[in-house]
Design a protein around this ligand. Structure first.
Ligand code: FMN
Length: 385
């Protein structure tokens, strides 16, 4: 089993991630971890913090001479925006007492009985997702050993949409969209609409408002047989949805055609099955998003997610001061205007962690060598199916 936990507050010294279950013998590229962290910082519409954070990291355990040894891996990512006065010595900064609608401030303060909302916002902040991206970068490297590639692209910012049908069995096409997104400052694959989106974000910023959007995250070269219908909690679609909706501000996750399934009759949408000696069983369409009966079917896994608008507004909404109980305007803290691009990178990481865990369940093994042998044996079984 591959599990991970994160610790750390947004302006404390560091975010730490502990990843357990990565098999031994995986050569880790630190450069690839840095690249993923850099991708997370990008995206037009984010705060200036992204320009000075370097996400410098240090491996504390589980790796010797750049290779995993099977022990838990612990990695620390430094926060350049560390504010010592917020954490050490006598309390020096005034308490924040007016919760932001749409954020964790009020629910968190009531749950943990805290009087300073900073106790909540420091941890509920999306800075925590750097830990997920580090864990995801390691899981991506594990999956690469089996030819799996994970990518994403933004499909909607506010009301500007990517019109192409992305539900394809053609992995090359998905990778093309991903690569186009990589070249875009908003990770939008249709470059002709990029300027429009940038203008939109500028307008939203000058109105002191925020926006959300949608993106697709996918995995190609996934073998048949990950996940299971035999137990409710083993269905691959359920697991992927769980991992992705755990990302702050993600409000829906749709597998394949998702809710659009209901616009059609069954005869129009179910992916018909074909066979050829060369390809084995295959489908020409991929409305199922690569999952049938809670099991991967060999087609690309394709999932679409929606992110709500950022809750912190520079024209704050009505709220109530938790100390005085008087009506007041919500606290303002430095905040993104639109973070859909960055969120899509976090989603890639979560999909990688989920799928790496499923690989481990299906193919087992404490070492990469053992895992690869099991994988090969299963491929042989399928050849004779
Ligand atoms: C990459 C990313 C960046 C975010 N940036 C901000 C931000 O700058 N300000 C903010 O208020 N919320 C931001 N959020 C969203 C909040 O973290 C989220 O809305 C909050 O934790 C409440 O959780 P919920 O929306 O799931 O209810 C961001 C989320 C992500 C994934």
């Amino acid at each position: 089993m591959i599990r991970f936990f994160t610790a750390g507050e947004s302006h404390n010294k560091a975010v730490v991630v502990l990843i357990d279950g990565i098999p031994s013998g995986l050569k880790l590229s630190l450069e690839k971890i840095s690249v993923e962290l850099k991708r997370r910082r990008k995206g037009y519409g984010r705060t200036e913090r992204q320009s000075f954070e370097e996400d410098e990291f240090e491996i504390l355990s589980g790796v010797r001479y750049s290779e995993t040894i099977g022990s838990p891996i612990c990695i620390k990512v430094l926060n350049k925006d560390y504010r010592e006065q917020d954490f050490l010595g006598d309390k020096a900064t005034p308490a924040l007492t007016v919760p932001r609608p749409g954020h964790a401030d009020l629910t968190g303060a009531m749950k943990f009985l805290r009087e300073d909302l900073k106790d909540i916002s420091e941890r509920s902040s999306a800075r925590e997702t750097v830990g997920r991206v580090v864990a995801g970068a390691i899981c991506k490297q594990l999956l690469e050993q089996f030819g799996v590639r994970i990518g994403s692209f933004v499909t909607k910012i506010y009301r500007v949409k990517f019109d192409k049908n992305y539900l394809t069995v053609d992995a090359g096409m998905l990778i093309k969209y991903h690569e186009a997104a990589e070249r875009s400052s908003v990770r939008f694959p249709d470059i002709l609409k990029e300027k429009k989106i940038i203008k939109l974000i500028d307008n939203v910023r000058s109105n002191n408002d925020t926006i959300g959007g949608e993106f697709v995250v996918f995995a190609v070269n996934i073998p048949v047989g990950l996940g299971s219908y035999t137990q409710w909690c083993d269905r691959l679609n359920a697991l992927i949805t769980y991992y992705l909706t755990s990302i702050p501000a993600i409000k829906s996750v749709e597998v394949g055609l998702g809710k659009k399934y209901t616009d059609f009759c069954g005869s129009q949408v179910h992916d018909e099955i074909f066979y050829s000696p060369k390809k084995g069983f295959y489908r020409k369409t991929n409305n199922a998003g690569g999952i049938e009966g809670g099991i991967s079917n060999g087609a690309p896994v394709i999932v679409s997610c929606s992110m709500k608008p950022i809750p912190t507004l520079y024209k704050p909404l009505k709220s109530v001061d938790i100390k005085t109980k008087k009506s007041s305007l919500a606290n303002i803290v430095r905040s993104d205007i639109c973070a859909v691009a960055s969120c899509s990178v976090v989603a890639e990481s979560m999909l990688a962690i989920c799928l790496a865990d499923e690989f481990k369940k299906k193919f087992g093994g404490d070492s990469l060598r053992e895992m690869k042998l099991n994988y090969k044996n299963y491929q042989k079984c399928l050849l004779n199916f």
